[in-house]
Design a protein around this ligand. Structure first.
Ligand SMILES: *[C@@H]1O[C@H](CO)[C@@H](O)[C@H](O)[C@H]1NC(C)=O
Ligand SMILES: *[C@@H]1O[C@H](CO)[C@@H](O)[C@H](O)[C@H]1NC(C)=O
Ligand SMILES: *[C@@H]1O[C@H](CO)[C@@H](O)[C@H](O)[C@H]1NC(C)=O
Ligand SMILES: *[C@@H]1O[C@H](CO)[C@@H](O)[C@H](O)[C@H]1NC(C)=O
Ligand SMILES: *[C@@H]1O[C@H](CO)[C@@H](O)[C@H](O)[C@H]1NC(C)=O
Ligand SMILES: *[C@@H]1O[C@H](CO)[C@@H](O)[C@H](O)[C@H]1NC(C)=O
Length: 437
């Protein structure tokens, strides 16, 4: 009887795992916690703040905070990486966003600050991996090509201090055409990041080794835009941009530490899969075509994707205003994929996914079609953070829910030793207290 209940319970939990998404936050336009009313008035006047040009594209969560990215596609975006509480405070569901880690790190033209952040990832130790494309106003004709595309790692537990800044070499990410679009991270091999470069001229996956502080780019035909998948319609707005590789997701590590990377060009109806060991190995990646698998066709184009620790892949379907899933334990993607939520009003353009520490799945929907079309109306809700209880963690955790051993990342010698001294000092204090008792 007990057995029966357990099996029944397991069946039920897989079929009801998806409670509906609930809208947690909803903004007509973004505004910020300005240092002063004068700063706001000045930014408003000189157009360093233009409401309708600020759009959320990325979300990740850590403890009780929600971190959001706001790429500088056009002018008037004063903050490109922001933070706010992950639960509405005083019922405020359109909170003003705080620059993260501070205002100084948002300065345009200062290459030690962030220029253009489309995506971030946060590891279970609270280190934020930030992609900065290095340019601003990328969707205009007077694009600012000032800084190298780079990966920056911040320590959330230490007020967002910089642990690593890695500018990509020109042959890996070109300063004039790179578009660092999305990132997933792997704790294996001393820490690896897989990064999408949606560079029109040379789209690919950038592999970054944390341990060796090196990077390389892997390209393949399957990462390019497919001409037959370029146009689609959302709410009577036609999207006509051709976009190469865009969404990526990483599987959880299997018992031998191997993973699979999934990717899809935005202009495509297919999801592709490749073992990460191929991306990591110089000899294997020369013949990458041999190792790439086409999972199969989906009904629409996809922007963001993400996988859970149990191997469930979540992905948006843009022309359908929907989020779909596929359990990677099911060998057939074509028959196994399943729409879990569709809403022609609340789910226009699912762009980014995240899991929080309460095993909930979050998604940002941002109605990007209206932004692209210059028809974004700030009198109406445009960006939503929606959330569903799924009882899963992110791909960064093992299937049993435990966190893998993560590589340590140390900042410059000075801040490391001062941190260490502090720890030893506090240990000594504790010991003293203990002895005195
Ligand atoms: C943005 O926030 C500032 C400062 O809190 C406020 O004065 C201003 O009216 C807000 N602007 C808009 C357009 O909401
Ligand atoms: C381009 O960069 C310069 C500083 O290098 C800055 O003054 C200017 O405002 C930037 N332009 C735009 C449109 O962001
Ligand atoms: C990693 O490489 C970058 C670029 O070459 C360099 O600026 C940085 O200091 C290096 N960091 C470490 C920890 O070696
Ligand atoms: C880092 O460098 C070592 C020594 O050259 C090499 O054995 C290792 O494979 C490299 N790691 C990665 C992830 O490339
Ligand atoms: C969870 O799974 C990982 C990877 O298979 C394993 O190393 C770890 O020991 C497991 N932890 C527990 C608590 O079972
Ligand atoms: C882990 O995945 C790799 C690559 O997909 C595969 O070759 C290997 O057999 C798997 N190992 C286990 C123990 O499942």
């Amino acid at each position: 009887m007990l057995m029966y209940l357990i099996i029944f319970g397991a069946l039920v939990s897989t079929t009801i795992a998806h409670e509906p998404f609930i809208v947690q936050f909803q903004w007509n336009y973004l505004n910020y916690t300005w240092p002063s009313e004068e700063a706001y008035l000045k930014a408003d006047k000189d157009e360093s703040y233009v409401e309708k040009n600020n759009i959320i594209t990325g979300i990740k969560l850590w403890k009780d905070k929600m971190y959001l990215t706001i790429p500088r596609y056009r002018n008037g975006v004063p903050v490109t990486l922001a933070v706010t509480s992950s639960t509405p405070i005083n019922g405020q569901t359109a909170p003003k966003l705080e620059p993260y880690p501070n205002w100084d790190m948002q300065r345009i033209g200062d290459c030690s600050a962030f220029q253009f952040v489309q995506s971030i990832e946060i590891d279970p130790k609270g280190r934020m991996w930030v992609l900065d494309t290095g340019r601003s106003t990328t969707m205009t004709f007077n694009m600012n090509t000032s800084c190298s595309p780079r990966l920056v790692i911040l320590d959330i537990k230490n007020r967002g201090s910089v642990l690593r800044s890695y500018p990509f070499p020109i042959e890996v990410a070109h300063p004039e055409s790179a578009f660092l679009n999305d990132i997933v991270i792997d704790h294996e091999d001393g820490g690896i990041a897989y990064i999408v470069d949606s560079d029109d001229k040379n789209p690919g996956i950038i592999v970054f080794s944390l341990q060796n502080n090196t990077s390389w780019k892997v390209s393949h035909e399957s990462m390019k835009a497919k001409p037959d998948a370029i146009g689609f319609i959302i709410e009577q707005t036609r999207v006509t941009q051709s976009t190469p590789i865009n969404g990526i997701a990483l599987s959880p590590a299997n018992t031998s530490g191997d993973r699979t990377l999934y990717y899809t060009p935005l202009s495509s109806f297919n999801i592709f899969a490749v073992p990460t060991k191929v991306l990591k190995s110089e000899s294997l990646r020369d013949n990458i075509g041999q190792y790439i698998r086409v999972l199969g066709r989906k009904p629409s184009q996809t922007d963001g994707m993400m996988m859970s620790n149990t191997g469930i892949l979540y992905f948006g379907l843009l022309a359908d205003d929907a989020v779909s899933m596929w359990d990677s334990k099911n060998p057939s993607f074509v028959t196994g994929q399943r729409i879990i939520s569709r809403d022609h009003h609340l789910m226009q353009w699912p762009t980014s996914f995240a899991f929080d520490e309460r095993d909930q799945l979050w998604c940002i929907t941002n109605r990007l079609h209206t932004f692209l079309d210059n028809s974004l109306n700030i009198e109406k809700p445009n960006f939503r953070a929606i959330m569903a209880r799924v009882n899963m963690k992110s791909y960064q955790y093992f299937e049993n829910g435990s966190s893998p051993e993560l590589p340590t990342i140390t900042a410059g010698v000075n801040s490391f030793s001062s941190h260490k001294e502090l720890t030893i000092a506090s240990l000594l204090t504790l010991l003293m207290v203990f002895i005195m008792h």
